[in-house]
Design a protein around this ligand. Structure first.
Ligand SMILES: NC(=O)c1ccc[n+]([C@@H]2O[C@H](COP(=O)([O-])OP(=O)(O)OC[C@H]3O[C@@H](n4cnc5c(N)ncnc54)[C@H](O)[C@@H]3O)[C@@H](O)[C@H]2O)c1
Length: 345
């Protein structure tokens, strides 16, 4: 029997990520209900995706208590994630919550505890980990071909939420609802990606988080330096004033380097210049362009989550992973306020 899904929040991410990738996985998942506090939004998506027979609800509590639903997608503004995830977990639903998992470490902790107590899977939709480009890059890093990685960096940028989400979506600029600006909104993507790429703990951060251009009360650009547990270093940049959209990463090791740039013709470039083998490490010995797998970040994430539920496997982007990334984001804001390096608690 197919997994039965309910979606809470019928805004942009439901339209762009959750619904199309549930619909194109119908052999494994069936949509039962859509919920939005603004009912016409749910109705519009029901029509757009031709979901006859799917119920429309205004109250999310009525969705999470339904017996004919196994998995819940939490696609609402950040400040609502905690209560909705806990409400779904207490009703024994598996949950895919949008990034960022939530705003504070305490809230993330409550969500993780509730999922554990209720024996349900909680996954955070950190889409960048599922982009085939980044999956190919992770394999390169794990292969050891670059030697010891001593520096790893990433940058994500786009033109800002006003070019993404429509209508009243400008909760993105309300700190109480979003938790902050670019730093939490897309800084969470690149921080989580760099953490995953590095595969080691970030112990300290130093951040410069600013509003440079947008007439809003939250940050639109941030730079954060990382110290990893083994003494190596890293850095992320995120920006709501970058046109067009980009995601770039760089990894430097004792035997070579790797650069990734999604959306380009050869998105993963690996250059080997091993000092022990070549005469001159400034001249590359070898250059490689790993093959990129199918799908895209959103599609791969949604399908992976459904497969985890079917196979009863813990998602590798678990609530615990979301909580660890929240620790870094919170420490970055703290560092910006104090102007000092901050230990990640
Ligand atoms: N993974 C990604 O790449 C990605 C991209 C963009 C946004 N997101 C995340 O997705 C989430 C939603 O963002 P969005 O861009 O879709 O925002 P949005 O404003 O377009 O949609 C949010 C929807 O939630 C609804 N909503 C608000 N309160 C509700 C409630 N109490 N009950 C039910 N519905 C309610 C709103 O009416 C709206 O339709 C955010 O956490 C955001 O950070 C993830």
């Amino acid at each position: 029997m197919a997994v039965r899904a309910g979606v809470i929040g019928c805004g942009k991410i439901a339209e762009r990520a959750s619904l199309p990738n549930l619909v194109n996985y119908k052999e494994k998942v069936q949509i039962k209900a859509l919920c939005d506090i603004e009912e016409p939004k749910a109705k519009n998506l029901k029509e757009k995706f031709d979901l006859s027979g799917v119920d429309i609800l205004r109250d999310w509590k009525k969705l999470v208590t339904r017996r004919d639903i196994d998995v819940v997608f939490v696609d609402t503004p950040n400040y609502l994630h905690e209560e909705m995830v806990i409400g779904a977990a207490e009703n024994k639903k598996h949950i895919l919550v949008e990034k960022p998992i939530t705003i504070t470490v305490k809230a993330a902790d409550n969500m993780v505890k509730s999922a554990r107590k209720n024996g349900v899977h909680l996954m955070v939709e950190q889409t960048q980990r599922f982009d085939p480009v980044h999956q190919a890059a992770k394999k390169v890093l794990e292969s050891g071909i670059l030697g010891n990685i001593h520096n790893i960096r990433g940058r994500i940028g786009h033109a800002g939420p006003e070019y993404w989400s429509e209508g009243k979506a400008h909760w993105f600029y309300d700190k109480k609802k979003s938790g902050g600006g670019a730093m939490i909104d897309i800084g969470v993507h690149i921080t989580d990606l760099i953490r995953w790429f590095a595969g080691k703990k970030i112990t300290e951060v130093f951040a410069t988080i600013r509003n440079i251009e947008k007439p809003v009360k939250v940050d639109d650009n941030a730079t954060v330096l990382f110290k990893f547990e083994d003494g190596s270093k890293g850095e992320i940049e995120c920006s709501w004033t970058t046109r067009p959209y980009e995601v770039l990463t760089f990894a430097y090791g004792s035997k070579g380097k790797m650069m990734t740039a999604i959306g380009t013709e050869k998105p993963v470039r690996v250059i080997i210049a091993d000092t022990n083998k070549g005469k001159d490490p400034n001249n590359p010995l070898e250059e490689m362009y790993p093959e990129i797998g199918p799908g895209n970040g959103w599609e791969n994430a949604v399908h992976y989550f459904i497969d985890c539920v079917i196979n009863d496997e813990k998602p590798f982007v678990s609530g615990e992973e979301g909580r660890e990334t929240t620790r870094i984001i919170n420490a970055a804001y703290e560092s910006n306020d104090s102007g000092k390096w901050v230990k990640v608690k």
